[in-house]
Every structure is written in structure tokens, then in C-alpha cells.
Design a protein around this ligand. Structure first.
Ligand SMILES: Nc1nc2c(c(=O)[nH]1)N[C@H]1C(S)=C(S)[C@@H](COP(=O)(O)O)O[C@H]1N2
Ligand SMILES: [Mo]
Length: 417
């Protein structure tokens, strides 16, 4: 049977965004994998084929989302933390979670440029950098985790009985990558940043974010100049490849140890200001609201927190009378991990887990522990990490209405059979 002509990539993405993916792609599911046209040296990538067994579709995400590795949540794709056991300290690009407020724009590096503007530049007129100009600047490579502020949010509800608005992530809105790019400080200096500049407002080129009938404009969030000069990079490579479309091609910010929203993807422009800036991403969202917080909300959140978890599905069944090797990982945005303790009896007894990686800032540590369950029935597994600054996961996270910064010990149900 002849295949219908494949729609070109842009119309395909529009169709996907319009929610008509299944009918539009029905013919593709039976055809050989469809490859998108390349742009400016970007590697060709197979398109997700909705309707193919085991591959999910999220409206607007370009890369394939196999069900063994991803859970689609609205416009986002959560990586399956329970399947991280076969990944190392670096999360492969095809396993990295995607958080899109709207949808992934497919941009061409050849006609992309970055614009810096605002009263915080000496000349007070906009300064542009092409992709080629950025790539010609001295590069740096570093490992950094990107973790959504709301990672673990659903546990406020399931574990603490406290509802929270927003994407119901479990633990998989986090990944670690090797990022290569240019220091933001180098670009700011070249653009002529003034001494009295205090805030930046980096903004993405994805579509404006519309929610509840309100158009909030393009995704953008103030970034203090002090942090920009500390360790922020304009990344164009992720794990040795050009940034994948979903992760910000051609250029994104990487803001190490801060909540994921700081790491603006598909960067288009940066306002440089001598006065503090705001956006809905610093006033309405990414602050802590609720009974335990100041009326009107906390200051905008910046650093992520610390977490640990078992690389095992919730509700897994394990055989009694034999030794299981339980594995997990732990990380802290506040300091290197110091230790991980586990309990295999609902929190009555604790013992140290074996750490498999040297604890480092901006990395996570894999751990394991042998366990030989004797009795059948339901069991709650727990893990608790402590970092070198003395931060430890509490039994309960302090609730906030939008469910950010979940840091409590996760109660992981399993059944021994
Ligand atoms: N332009 C733009 N940048 C963005 C977003 C977005 O929707 N648009 N999402 C942010 C959020 S909330 C997170 S958690 C991270 C996710 O990065 P990733 O999709 O590469 O994992 O990107 C941030 N940068
Ligand atoms: Mo996020």
C-alpha cells in the first residue's frame, strides 16, 4: 500500500500542536521511521510516530517518548525515575525529561541570533550575537543537573494529603548532562554591561504561554547579574551533540543548581537592567505561597533542594527469601551528598547505603543496598540523604500551594510475595 506523502516538519509540528496527530500520522506509523529535514548541522532525528505500540505522543515534543522511559503529562514528558538504573551519572539526551510551557519550536541556527538590550548596557543600544559568533568564543564544558522546581510535586498529595497545583511529577523531572557553551559573563562583558546592572531577563522564542484565557507572554524569568557572572552558561551542546530541539536548540541557558525554570530554552533575547525586573515567572509562580509562608508569598525561589529515591516502580513486587540489590540515587543542589540511609521496614530501622560515585557538587550519586525480605506482605522502603552542608531530607516537606521544592523522605511502597 503506498504511503501518503509525509507532511513537512513544520506542518507536522503544527498538526501535532493542533492535537490531530493521530489522524495526520496514521500513515506514518506503518512506514519506515520518518526523518526530519536537518537544519544547520543539526542531526536528523526520527519523529515520534503516535499509534506505534510503546511510543507516546505529547503535543509539541519532537523526540520519541517510549513508554518504558517516559510518562507524558500534558505538554511535558517525565523521565521514568524507576528506569534510571540503566543510566550512569549522565542522563542520555533521549532519556532526558522535557518541560515545555507550550511546545518545542524547531529553530534554524542559521537565522538565529541573540539580542542583548536595556539600560544596563553602556551603549544603551541592542547588541547581537549570531550562532557562529557564539561558537567562536572560548567554550566551557560542565556537568549540571536540570531539575524542575516542581519535581516530586505529586508526593505532597499522595504522601502528605496536601494538594498542589501544577504538573503532577513524581521524581523524574530531573536529569544530568554535560553542557558545552559560552560563559554568560563573557557575552555580557562583550555586550558592554554596565557596573550598575542588577538584573537580566532572558526570554525564550517558544510561543507565548496562555493559561486560563490570560496571555502571559513568552517564557522569561529574571536572573540576578551576580548569578549570571558566577556560573551560568549559554549552552549549545548537550552530551557532545548540538542541543536537541526539545532541550533548547540552538542555544539555552544552563543555570547550575537553580530551579529548572531559570534555564531558559530557545533563548532569543536578554534584557539587561539597572533596576530589578519581574515577570509572571517571578511574581505569580516560582514563589512559595501558603500557610507556612509570608502573606503575599516568599521571595522568588532560586536553588533547588535535595532528594533521593529508589530506582524501582512504586508497587513493585519482590520475592521473599532471596537477596535483592536495591538501587537508587541521591542529589543535593546545596552541597555534595554526604550519605544515604535506607529503611526497609517503614522507618523503624536505618542503615547506610553503599555509594557508587564520588559525591560532587552538581552531580548525583548512585547508591545500592542488599535486602533479603523474610515476610510476605506490603512494605514501605525509605531513603534519606544528607549533604556535606548538613542538610538532610525531612520526614515532611513544608507545603506550598504550587508544590515546589519537595524535599521529604519518599515513602516507596512495595509488596513482598
Ligand atoms: N523557553 C522556555 N524555556 C524553558 C521552559 C519553557 O517552557 N520555555 N521550561 C522551563 C522549565 S519549567 C524547566 S523545568 C526546564 C526544563 O528543561 P528541559 O525541558 O530541557 O528538561 O526548562 C525551562 N526553560
Ligand atoms: Mo520546571
Amino acid at each position: 500500500m503506498p504511503n501518503p506523502p509525509a507532511p513537512d516538519r513544520r506542518s507536522l509540528l503544527k498538526l501535532l500542536a493542533a492535537g490531530s496527530a493521530v489522524s495526520a500520522l496514521g500513515g506514518l506509523a506503518t512506514a519506515a521511521p520518518a526523518y526530519a529535514g536537518t537544519s544547520a548541522g543539526h542531526p536528523a532525528r526520527p519523529l515520534a510516530a503516535p499509534g506505534t505500540a510503546g511510543v507516546l505522543a505529547a503535543p509539541g515534543i519532537v523526540k520519541p517518548l517510549p513508554t518504558e522511559y517516559f510518562t507524558v503529562r500534558g505538554t511535558n514528558a517525565e523521565a521514568r525515575f524507576d528506569a534510571f538504573g540503566d543510566t550512569g551519572t549522565i542522563t542520555p539526551n533521549d532519556r532526558f525529561f522535557v518541560r515545555d510551557h507550550t511546545s518545542t519550536p524547531v529553530l534554524d541556527a542559521a537565522d538565529w541570533r541573540l539580542t542583548l538590550w536595556g539600560d544596563g548596557l553602556h551603549g544603551r543600544h541592542p547588541v547581537h550575537f549570531t550562532y557562529g559568533q557564539l561558537r567562536a568564543l572560548p567554550s566551557v564544558t560542565r556537568t549540571a543537573l536540570i531539575e524542575c522546581a516542581g519535581n516530586g510535586r505529586s508526593l505532597y498529595t499522595t504522601q502528605q494529603g496536601e494538594p498542589a497545583t501544577g504538573t503532577a511529577w513524581t521524581l523524574g523531572a530531573v536529569g544530568a548532562a554535560r553542557w558545552r557553551g559560552v560563559r554568560l559573563s563573557d557575552v555580557l562583558r562583550r555586550a558592554g554591561i554596565a557596573r550598575d546592572a542588577v538584573d537580566l531577563l532572558p526570554r525564550g522564542l517558544d510561543d507565548p504561554y496562555v493559561s486560563g484565557g490570560v496571555d502571559y507572554g513568552r517564557v522569561r524569568r529574571p536572573l540576578p547579574v551576580a548569578k549570571a557572572f558566577d556560573d551560568v552558561i549559554l549552552a549549545y551542546e548537550m552530551n557532545g551533540e548540538p542541543l536537541p530541539y526539545d532541550h533548547g536548540y540552538p542555544v539555552r541557558l544552563v543555570v547550575p543548581s537553580w530551579v529548572g525554570i531559570a534555564s531558559i530554552k530557545w533563548l532569543g533575547d536578554i534584557e539587561v537592567s539597572t533596576r530589578p525586573l519581574t515577570s509572571p515567572w517571578s511574581t505569580d509562580w516560582y514563589r512559595l505561597f501558603g500557610a507556612a509562608h509570608p502573606a503575599g508569598g516568599s521571595a522568588p525561589i532560586s536553588r533547588q533542594t535535595l532528594k533521593s529515591g529508589y530506582q524501582l516502580p512504586f508497587g513493585a513486587t519482590l520475592e521473599a527469601g532471596r537477596v535483592h540489590r536495591l538501587t537508587g540515587r541521591a542529589w543535593s543542589a546545596l552541597a555534595p551528598v554526604r550519605s544515604v540511609e535506607v529503611s526497609t521496614d517503614g522507618g523503624a530501622h536505618w542503615r547506610r547505603a553503599h555509594l557508587h560515585d564520588a559525591p560532587r557538587r552538581d552531580g548525583w550519586v548512585r547508591w545500592s543496598v542488599p535486602w533479603r525480605p523474610d515476610h510476605t506482605g506490603p512494605v514501605t522502603l525509605l531513603s534519606r540523604t544528607t549533604d556535606l552542608a548538613g542538610n538532610a531530607q525531612p520526614d515532611r516537606a513544608v507545603h506550598n500551594t504550587q508544590g515546589y521544592l519537595f524535599n521529604a523522605v519518599v515513602r516507596h511502597p512495595v509488596t513482598v510475595v
